[in-house]
Design a protein around this ligand. Structure first.
Ligand code: GLC
Length: 420
């Protein structure tokens, strides 16, 4: 596939990052997501590092301003009120230093901090030294509160960053959202409802927020009472990778990293518990019921990114990428639950592609990694810096002028800066 790239694509991407800057932190996109989101910001830092390293470090600093005393880093920080978003700070009732949500998101920050540091180690030493203990505390929180047989669980569909993936269908069916009350969604006034989660899903999302709030976000109480607890490939592979990168950063700072090395061992064992032998794929596992989700998702292919080889996953990858023009789809196109435009039930997400491709290249699957970079560059060049894309047609979906799509363009997909 030959990507026709206008020379201004890099400039457009930088303009998106600058345009979504709200003074030290970026919003994912104006309107639909008007606050600071956790993993979006870490991707943004990776993008900023291609042209403004101090600004990249600042993105992490503003993110960790919201860290809770127990180490958790929330998935949304409500720095300034915005009535255009639901559920806002009054619904969440977060208990951190600034208004926030009560759940976390995939911990990609340590891995991108490593990249920002490596772009200029001298300039990075002081900001890294300040960030390191905060990353350590956040990772510890995951290890303390979120493990099931060593795999990392999510306690709300939003926590994995893959909101409405079929991976959660089983656990969601176990929730009775009676009493959730009336509420007005704001997302469907920004974006076509056909590209967003359904009311069935939303009632359960809000019910889970209300449960957390009622328990004052006490993790021990939630561990007992929350029916939604799913061991997830996104979190498990990303935390495993992040721990490896954090250990490298610790070594660079002269820290003792033996505790992180133990965590890596635990998570490696945990990752193996996500292998679904019948599906022949890494899969989500309901930690309450033990049931498999039976889903081949784009998160399934993060094993290489986590440093784990598996020949059966190469076969699975080839099967899935042959089923669509713009891989990697967020759900198997051969499944009857696939929906090409509905968010995490089918569309392709550039950010996940960037992580998959980093892993493919590192584990020697270089041609596949490069092909994925090309396909991602192609879909962005043709259809713009969209939130996500139809994997068959490439059509843009969700929000536009999206921070993380611009960021991965600059740091990875762009022909001008495509080193991974
Ligand atoms: C959606 C995505 C999530 C992302 C957020 C902001 O909720 O599913 O992964 O962080 O939007 O872009």
């Amino acid at each position: 596939m030959n990507t026709q790239v206008s020379p201004s694509m890099d400039e457009q991407a930088r303009a998106i990052l600058r345009g979504n800057d709200r003074g030290g932190y970026t919003v994912p996109t104006a309107g639909l997501y008007p606050y600071q989101w956790n993993w979006d910001s870490a991707f943004a830092a990776w993008g900023f590092a291609t042209f403004d390293i101090p600004r990249a470090w600042q993105e992490f600093e503003t993110l960790f301003v919201g860290q809770w005393p127990n180490g958790m880093v929330p998935h949304i920080l409500f720095h300034k009120p915005d009535p255009g978003y639901f559920p806002g700070p009054d619904v969440w009732g977060g208990i951190g230093p600034i208004p926030s949500s009560g759940i976390s998101q995939p911990p990609v920050a340590a891995s991108f901090a490593k990249r920002v540091y490596e772009a200029d180690p001298e300039a990075g030493r002081a900001p890294l030294a300040a960030l390191f203990p905060k990353l350590l505390a956040w990772h510890r929180w995951f290890m303390d509160w979120r493990l099931d047989q060593g795999a990392v669980c999510v306690t709300h569909p939003w926590e994995a960053g893959r909101d409405n993936t079929p991976d959660w269908d089983g656990a969601m069916a176990g929730i009775d959202p009676t009493g959730v009350g009336e509420y007005t969604r704001r997302d469907t006034s920004h974006v076509d409802p056909a590209m967003r989660p359904t009311k069935y899903d939303y009632d359960r999302y809000i019910w889970l927020v209300q449960l957390g709030r009622r328990l004052n976000w006490d993790e021990a109480a939630l561990l007992k009472e929350n029916p939604f607890r799913v061991a997830d490939p996104t979190m498990t592979f990303i935390l495993l990778r992040a721990q490896r990168d954090l250990a490298d950063l610790g070594r660079a700072l002269g820290e003792d990293v033996s505790a992180i090395e133990e965590d890596i061992q635990t998570l490696e064992n945990g990752a193996s518990t996500l292998w679904n032998p019948d599906l022949k794929c890494y899969d989500a596992r309901d930690a309450r019921s033990g049931a498999w989700a039976n889903c081949v998702s784009n998160a399934s292919f993060l094993n290489w990114y986590a440093g784990i080889d598996n020949p059966a996953m190469v076969e699975q990858y080839d099967r899935i990428t042959n089923l669509c023009t713009y891989p990697v789809p967020s759900h198997d196109p051969a499944s009857d639950r696939f929906d090409a435009k509905r968010y995490w039930r089918g569309p392709t997400w550039g950010i996940i592609n960037s992580l998959i491709a980093i892993g493919l290249k590192e584990r020697g699957l270089t041609d596949r990694g490069e092909a994925l970079r090309q396909a991602t560059a192609d879909v962005i060049a043709r259809h713009g810096f969209a939130e996500y894309f139809d994997p068959h047609t490439g059509e843009a979906a969700g929000g536009g002028t999206f921070t993380w799509t611009a960021a991965i363009w600059l740091a990875w997909a762009s022909p001008s800066q495509g080193a991974t």
